[in-house]
Ligand binder design. Structure first.
Ligand code: PMT
Length: 395
């Protein structure tokens, strides 16, 4: 992943058992391409040592307001200049209270006060501390001061109690940080996406399906959400986790997918058909398991409805993006599909490159012509497809 390439993040870690999750967050941010400078409070260093963060970030770790390594001895200034964000995870009740009152008695609180970039905090504390009127008051103050609060979640706590105050998981924080940092060309848009295969039952145990994994569609849902859209993902049977912040509707058959799409599409300004929808289904599905026999078995197939064609021919259609999966003559067939369904944008890919795996090779076809994208991870391609789509919407 390179979605945080060229981003600089200062990650603060305060004292709390959730500090162990902070190490994983550092790893994810670095993997995402960010440069991460970790600042540990004295409390944070009691839970996880600087060595852990140094190894994960590949950079020196900072703890001391008087650290002589910084130019002019001013780590509290130097660290945040040029940074895209300060992220404090976990943020203890004590740290939030100091922040709300502008106190600065260590490196982290001082650099937060001296920063010139956005500040995101991920609270982590016992449920009673979270509900305490003082904490509520401090959070109201932080919201008023323009500080972004990520979470917390509710659940089992290290102290044995259950309730609100658990820090979000590292993957959830990573998603929220990416969503916060990337451009928002689809802000205000609602996007409906289909993904995955469909499964057309022959009998209670067998069916017709294909090898779509859902990865391309899920990557697009994630990229569209990062771009600021409200996303609904209608998914066939796949084993992928729902991208954070995306509304997912599970379906099995092409008919169910059509129903789910047609029930929602009028509320959406953009429709992206990534699903590998069955073109045919058994004319009849047997009620009981078909018994093995010695003669040939003939299946009668009937065509399914073409969801994308139906959406594109609505009186007031959304902006429609189709996919074309071909095994040969990609350019000719993809452009023919675009013309036939009158689509502003078609993403063409060869099934032998794109189906099932983590990478793809795609060409975009629009009224201006063909735009090949460099082969790469589906998530990176999804980001570029969303950027291209946003550009078309603007023009
Ligand atoms: O899921 P992955 O493993 O990541 O693989 C990704 C992918 C190869 C499935 C994806 O990139 C892709 O190409 N999806 C479209 C697959 C397909 O069915 O292509 P098609 O050329 O048969 O259909 C053209 C378009 O019509 C597609 O947008 C499709 O969603 C839509 N369609 C097709 C049939 C149908 N009954 N209803 C439809 O809406």
């Amino acid at each position: 992943m390179s979605e945080l390439r060229k981003k600089r993040i200062v990650q603060g870690v305060t004292g709390g058992i959730a500090a162990y999750k902070a190490a994983e967050l550092t790893r994810l941010l670095v993997k995402g391409g960010a440069r991460v400078d970790v600042v540990l409070t004295a409390g944070g260093a009691r839970f996880v040592t600087p060595v852990t963060f140094q190894a994960l970030s590949g950079r020196p770790v900072w703890s001391d307001l008087w650290d002589a390594r910084a130019d002019d001895n001013m780590a509290h200034i130097e660290l945040t200049r040029g940074a895209d964000a300060v992220v404090v995870a976990p943020a203890s009740a004590d740290f939030l209270a100091k922040l709300a009152h502008g106190l600065c008695d260590d490196l982290l609180t001082t650099l937060c006060l001296a920063r010139d970039c956005p500040l995101l905090v991920a609270p982590a504390m016992n449920r009673q501390m979270w509900e305490n009127p003082a904490t509520r008051r401090n959070l109201r103050q932080l919201a008023e001061d323009g500080i972004h609060v990520l979470g917390p979640a509710s659940g089992d706590q290290a102290c044995g109690e259950t309730g609100m105050g658990r820090m979000l998981e590292a993957e959830e924080l990573y998603e929220d940080i990416v969503a916060f940092l990337v451009p928002k060309p689809l802000r205000g848009w609602r996007v409906l996406i289909t993904a995955g295969p469909t499964f057309e039952p022959i009998d209670p145990v067998r069916g017709l399906t294909n090898s779509s994994s859902g990865k391309m569609g899920f990557a697009l849902a994630r990229a569209a959400r990062h771009a600021g859209a409200q996303v609904t993902l209608v998914s066939g049977p796949v084993s992928l986790p729902t991208p954070r912040g995306v509304n997912r509707v599970n379906v099995t058959t092409a008919a169910q997918m059509r129903e789910a799409v047609m029930a929602r599409v009028r509320d959406h300004g953009i429709f992206i058909g990534v699903a590998a929808v069955a073109d045919y289904r058994p004319a009849q599905s047997a009620e009981h398991k078909i018994k093995k026999g010695k003669t040939q078995l003939t299946l009668q197939l009937e065509p399914t409805a073409d969801i994308l064609a139906e959406v594109a021919s609505l009186d007031q259609p959304p902006f429609c993006v189709g996919f074309a999966a071909e095994s040969q003559n990609l350019e000719e067939y993809a452009e023919a599909k675009r013309q036939a369904k009158k689509l502003p944008l078609v993403v063409g890919n060869l099934v032998q490159h794109g189906m099932g795996g983590d990478e793809n090779t795609v060409i975009l076809f629009d009224n201006q012509g063909r735009h090949p994208l460099q082969a790469g991870p589906k998530q990176e391609l999804a980001r570029q497809i969303v950027a291209h789509l946003a550009q078309l919407l603007r023009t």
